[in-house]
Design a protein around this ligand. Structure first.
Ligand code: MN
Length: 311
């Protein structure tokens, strides 16, 4: 379904509402009004963005083109310390956007995987129908199956895997896990941004794992900056299908890497960081020696020490 987005002033939205007064429908949360004409469904948001969806959205949008404020309010004018500054506008979830998410950060064994994925507005419904949603609610077999379907749709994405030896090296160099995650998210975004080229993009949504100001500090320390229209939100996978799909891709990659490591080491590596993990660490040390942990575990986790009691 084609769709267009326009930015207008509050006064224009009021004017539009009276223009469409005979076609109004119930107002969605966060919106000023919604109207339905034979050409399009028009939804105006408090942020001043107007979304046109339907058979010929341009027909309606043209009527208001002259009122369009050429550029959205520039970032520098907004208060960057306000908590809402990085919060995405509600209509982002319905439009062309990038979502990012990671897997493996709380697991002793296995890498950290991060995916960034791009969706166009008209693909969102298909992904929803497919069953794409927060991967935390899905079983591993379902996640793998969904991942295949998502990949088959040829949505542009970027997937990064931080393997254990490099993870441990960075950690010893003084990198926090937060900094590693920030750099992975940022590199995945940068790669994907290049990949999509001139395709329309209304924003980038990062599933928030630390305060946005901390994220910015982390990436700045490696010479990186946030791209334009980058937003942060906790539990973003429940709102954004791009984040949900990215979480499925990242999780599947993590599962695959765990399988590879398990195969290589000859034991089934458990996920998480529980007592079962401590016991597996002891088993690995007995089988292959302590040095082997560097190739498959996040060795600074307390589990390494706790495994001693099983030796
Ligand atoms: Mn997440």
């Amino acid at each position: 379904m084609p769709q267009n987005v326009q930015k207008v002033s509050m006064d224009t939205i009021k004017e539009m509402k009276s223009h469409y007064i005979g076609s109004l429908q119930s107002t969605p949360q966060g919106a000023m009004f919604r109207a339905k004409t034979p050409h399009a469904v028009i939804t105006a948001y408090k942020s001043g963005k107007v979304l046109y969806q339907g058979k010929s959205p341009e027909t309606e949008m043209k009527k208001w083109d002259s009122r369009s404020t050429s550029k959205p309010v520039s970032s520098s004018k907004k208060n960057q310390t306000s908590p809402s500054f990085y919060h995405p506008p509600a209509n982002l979830f319905l439009s062309h956007h990038i979502g990012t998410d990671e897997a493996g950060t709380g697991d002793y064994f296995g890498p950290i995987t991060v995916a960034a994925l791009y969706v166009e507005g008209h693909q969102i419904e298909e992904l929803k129908q497919m069953g794409v949603r927060d991967s935390k609610d899905l079983s591993d077999p379902v996640i793998r199956r969904l991942s295949k379907k998502v990949v088959a749709m040829n949505l542009p994405y970027s997937l990064l895997v931080l393997h254990n030896p490099k993870y441990n090296r960075l950690q010893k160099k003084g990198w926090s896990q937060g900094k590693m995650k920030a750099m992975l998210h940022q590199h995945a975004i940068n790669n994907l941004r290049k990949k999509i080229g001139e395709k329309p993009l209304n924003g980038i949504l990062i599933d928030q794992f630390c305060e946005p100001t901390i994220y910015k500090k982390h990436i700045a320390s490696e010479g990186e900056k946030l791209l334009k229209d980058t937003y942060f939100m906790t539990k973003a996978e429940s709102y954004s299908i791009a984040v949900a799909a990215a979480s499925i891709i990242a999780r599947t990659s993590f599962l695959n890497e765990m399988d590879k490591l398990s195969h290589k080491l000859g034991i089934t590596l458990p996920k998480g960081a529980s007592k079962k993990v401590d016991q597996s660490i002891a088993e690995l040390i007995r089988k292959h020696g302590t040095e082997m942990l560097d190739s498959c575990g996040k060795t600074h986790f307390a589990n390494t020490k706790k495994a001693d009691q099983y030796l």
